[in-house]
Every structure is written in C-alpha cells, then in structure tokens.
Design a protein around this ligand. Structure first.
Ligand code: N01
Length: 541
C-alpha cells in the first residue's frame, strides 16, 4: 500500500527536509522529537526508503554487511531488528526503514509523492521557500537536503533511444512490479557495482544476455548467506562494540583495516592473506593491508591477485582477458562485490562485448549498434550509474542569497564547508553532501554523524537565539583544499573514469567529490569546529 498523507493545513515550518531515506528519517526524528521543532519531510516516492525505494533491480543488495547497515542511535532498535542475510537485499532494507518509520511514528510528518522542484532563500525573512511539482509553496527557517548521493540516474544520451522498439530500464528507476526477462534478448550496459550484481540474476532467465563493458572492473565474492542464530545473538550482545568500531575507523564498517603494510610480509604470506580474504569475501578484501590505497606497488599485488582469479574462473581466454584488462588500481573506483559474476560469463547464453574498443554508436529500433556490430535486443538495461553527489542537489533548483543558483555557485565543481553547508546558502544543510566522507564510508554511519551534528548545531542556535548560520567563503576555500589533499594522498584519483571524480557524466567538472581523509578523522574535525563555536561559520540573530 502506498503511504499517502493528506496535505497538512500549515505551510510554515521550522525545518523542511527533502527525502525520506536513511538521512531524512533520522533527521526528522532528531529535530521533531529531540528539539521539538515543527518539521515536514517532502518525499518524491510513495514510501520511505530513499535510494532503496528506487533501486529494485535484479540482485540489488547492500554491499555493507547487514549488522553494519543499521542506525546505531538506539540500542533497543538495534536489538529488536533482525536481519536475515549477511547482506540485506533491497526489499529487506525497505522493511527495515518502514519499521523505523513506524516505530518512531515518523510517517505522519512525511509528505509522500511530493517532488521538490525549487527552493529559494528569502534574505529579508530569513526563510527558505520550497516549491513542489504540484505547485505548492512551503516555507521554513532551515532547509535540509536528505537526497542521497546516488539518486539521479545517468542515462547516456545515445541517439535513437526514443525509437527503440523494445523496453529499456535504468537500474535506479526499476519498475516496482519487476521485469520478466524470460525468453528475451537482453543487453546490459555498465559493469559497476550495479551491473555486476544484476548480470548473474538476469542471465538466469534471459534467452541471451549481452553485457556491454566499457571499463573492466574488479570484484570480490560476497559469499552471501542466511545469518545463523549464533551470529544474530552475537550481534545483539555486541551492539556497543560494533558501534564503537564503526565510529572509530576510516570507513564506518564493522571491521578495522589491518595495521600492516603489504611489504611487512613475504610474497607467499601475501598470497595466503589474499586467499583468506577472498574466501571470506566482501569489502573486507581492501582491509588486508593498510597501504593498499596509498602505495601503488602494494595495490598492484592485490590487483594482480584479483586479475588472476578472473583468469582462473572464466573459461574462454578472450573473455577472461577482456574482463581482467582493468585500467585502475583496486578499490580506486568503488569496489564491487558479487555473487557468481565472473562465472556467469561461462554460461552459453551470456556474451561480453568490449565497448571501449568499439563504442556504442546508437540504439536502433531493434537493438544496439556499436562501431563494429549490431546487436538485436528486446530489453536494454542501463546499469550506467548516477550523476553522483551533485546531481541530486542540483536537480532541486536551489537558489541562495540574491537568487544565486546552486548550479552557478558550483559551476566549476562543488564547493562546500565540511560537505555540510555552501557559502551564500544560509540555513541550508546538505546531509552527506560533496566534501564529506559520504560514499567512502558505510552510509548509515556517515548519515548519523551528519544528522547529529546538524541537530546539535540547530539546538545551539536555538539556545542562543541565533537565527542564521552560513559557511564562510574562506572556510570553504580551506576545506576544498583539504578535500583535494586528502584525495591526492591516496590512489583514488588514479581511477580516471570514476564517478567519485564526476568522470562518468559528460561535461561534469572533474573534481574529487568525497572527503577521503577517513570518517574518524572527519568526525573529529566536525566536533572541533562545533566546540570552537562553529569556527568557519557565521552565526547571527
Ligand atoms: O554505477 P557506476 P553503478 N557507454 O557509475 C558504464 C553504489 N552501489 O550503478 O566506468 C558505456 O559505478 C560505466 O563505464 P565507465 C556504489 O557506490 C551500491 O554500478 O564510466 N558504458 C560503468 O561501467 C556504486 O559505486 C550498491 O567507463 C557506460 C557503469 O556504466 C554506485 O552505486 C550496489 C556509459 C556505471 O557504473 C554506482 O554504481 C550497487 C556509456 N555511455 C551500487 N556510461 C550497494 O551495495 C556509463 N557506462 C549498496
């Protein structure tokens, strides 16, 4: 049943929140129940879930392990919810978020099926005026975006798509009723985390699946499985410890990166450690050595191990060579994890096509044409990613002081202070905005930290009767430098086709967007800023 709330009588709020995923739900709870504010959430979908509301493609599943993919603010909530598998699938995550929304009675303050199409700051009134697609206007002192980092689908502008006679879908806007691939000739474009998750599942029912690969990718087995009663009991008993680990490490996961260099061990020991990590599976593979993302030679040892795995799994040597022809360091792009991805290319009904060598030229009425060949298709699946991080914010048409559009302020790429605020946009907070660790961290951990920081900041303002907070230009300049320095200290910018850099969207400025200095360090920086009376922000009454 869609969650539909009638339009409320009041149109003026203390705070408006855009989005009802992990961020929006917790921000609502904090501002409404902890600070007593009059808050409204505006959500385009007809239910809670955010990214997980839209991402229902075959194989859609979280890459963080379920016991780490939680809110941790409530011990009771943590203990009463039981995940069923090592990695929750999209439907189970939606059940979790619905449970949270119902448990804390959040839905009554969420306007579903309400898409925000504009937001404008009125300086004289010190209020944000937010317009919805239906033409309504709502105002608030604070505007908080909780729109996620990966919610604006990137559908490449191939000529001919409108004339395609079959069906096509982007994975991030998947039909709720699902798609039946039985007996169909399916083309899947994209081999990021999504394409790698979807490929094996689609191959099970499609008559034929053609995977169009532009950039070959690493992947480590997920080894998904149902959780045992013992593990579930262990999780419940160890809430505090799991939380402590997630809050004190670099990536917000429930494990630490090993404190050893790839050069502390012999090549044989390295091989043994990689084999053990491969057998364990999941994102922990990148935690085997502390210098894996810092030292190219150290990274090469992991990269070679993973390429050898591909060569050993995939039987056809040409396909294996194409899959293992990876041009970037391991984990410099977001590392996928999979269930039988490489083995799927041993199936009779699956073909890999290199669209780096022979790019896609057009979608035709009956299929897809590359420079070299024509592929007849009934269904095309675009696993082509997102206009990441900035896309969801720019889509809102936000205008700050003097009507300055955010798109103009960010013409040369995103510039923010701590990924939380943009100079010239007072009282606007961007949860997991560009310049914060966000996508380099386990998202719920990054989200909780941002939401709690924003809540404390607003509480501070209320207590001191301050009405306005705004990032200062010099603080923004310094932070942008720190974001660049943090990225440049790692191998991350070496993946030139990465969406971390905006490289997947033609014309998008190439800026390394997330803060790569680590979640623990970032948490400390934000706490220090707050302790120093919100250093770098101007607060006024
Ligand atoms: O998107 P991507 P994604 N012609 O941008 C290709 C998160 N996630 O949806 O690399 C041909 O990574 C593109 O090629 P290239 C996770 O953070 C999380 O897979 O640009 N190909 C690439 O292969 C992830 O990183 C989970 O050369 C084109 C692919 O499409 C993020 O979402 C699960 C093309 C896009 O890969 C995005 O992943 C899934 C073109 N014109 C995803 N344009 C969880 O577990 C693009 N491509 C939580």
């Amino acid at each position: 049943m869609p969650d539909v709330n009638p339009a409320p009588a009041a149109r003026e709020y203390d705070a408006l929140i855009i989005g009802a995923g992990f961020s929006g739900l917790y921000q609502l709870l904090c501002l409404r129940d902890r600070l007593g504010l009059n808050v409204q959430v505006l959500e385009a979908g007809d239910g809670v879930g955010g990214t997980w509301y839209w991402n229902r493609y075959p194989g859609a599943r979280c890459d963080s392990e379920s016991h780490a993919y939680n809110y941790t603010f409530s011990k009771e909530l943590f203990e009463e919810w039981e995940w069923t598998e090592r990695y929750p699938d999209h439907a189970e995550i939606r059940r979790y978020l619905n449970h949270v929304a119902d448990r804390f009675d959040l839905k009554k303050d969420i306007r579903f099926s309400t898409r925000v199409v504009g937001a404008r700051y009125d300086e004289a009134a010190n209020r944000w005026s937010v317009t919805t697609e239906a033409g309504e206007t709502l105002t608030a002192q604070f505007l908080i975006t909780a729109v996620g980092c990966l919610s604006t689908a990137n559908v490449p502008k191939f000529p001919g798509l409108e004339e395609f006679g079959g069906d096509w879908y982007h994975t991030g806007q998947w039909p709720h009723e699902g798609v039946d691939f039985t007996g169909k000739r399916v083309g899947l474009i994209g081999t990021g985390s999504t394409g790698i998750q979807a490929t094996p599942v689609i191959a099970e029912t499609a008559a034929h699946l053609t995977v169009f690969q532009r950039t070959a990718n690493y992947s480590v087995p997920a080894h998904n499985a149902p959780l045992t009663p013992e593990f579930k009991a262990w999780v419940k008993e160890n809430h505090a410890e799991i939380r402590r680990i997630m809050h004190s490490n670099t990536n917000g996961q429930a494990f630490f990166i090993e404190d050893r260099s790839a050069w502390d061990v012999t090549p044989e020991q390295r091989q043994t450690l990689y084999e053990a990590a491969w057998a364990k599976g999941g994102l922990q593979f990148r935690a085997v050595f502390r210098d894996m993302l810092l030292d190219k030679a150290a990274n090469d040892t992991a990269a070679e191990f993973l390429k050898n795995k591909i060569r050993s799994i995939v039987k056809d040597p040409v396909t294996a060579a194409l899959l293992a022809d990876i041009d970037h360091p391991y984990a410099a792009k977001r590392p996928p994890i999979d269930t039988d991805y490489f083995a799927t290319f041993n199936r009779e009904n699956v073909t890999l096509v290199d669209v780096r060598r022979a790019p896609i030229e057009a979608i035709t009425p009956t299929g897809l044409r590359t420079r070299d060949a024509e592929y007849p298709l009934d269904i095309i699946v675009f696993a082509t990613g997102y206009d990441a991080m900035t896309g969801p914010l720019l889509k809102l048409n936000i205008a700050g002081r003097n009507g300055l559009p955010l798109a103009k302020a960010w013409e040369a790429g995103p510039r923010s202070y701590l990924g939380l605020q943009v100079a010239g946009f007072p009282n606007l907070f961007t949860i997991t905005g560009p310049g914060s660790p966000s996508v380099l961290c386990n998202m719920p951990v990054a989200i909780e930290q941002h939401v709690e920081w924003i809540t404390d900041c607003i509480a501070h303002m209320r207590k001191r009767e301050l009405a306005r907070i705004e990032a200062q230009t010099d603080a923004v300049e310094k932070w942008v430098e720190q974001v660049n320095d943090a990225a440049n200290a790692t191998l991350l910018p070496q993946a030139v086709s990465s969406w971390y850099l905006g490289a997947n969207v033609p014309g998008k400025p190439r800026i390394f967007m997330p803060y790569a200095g680590g979640m623990a360090r970032y948490r400390e920086i934000c706490a220090n800023v707050a302790a120093r009376n919100y250093d770098g922000f101007a607060l006024s009454d």
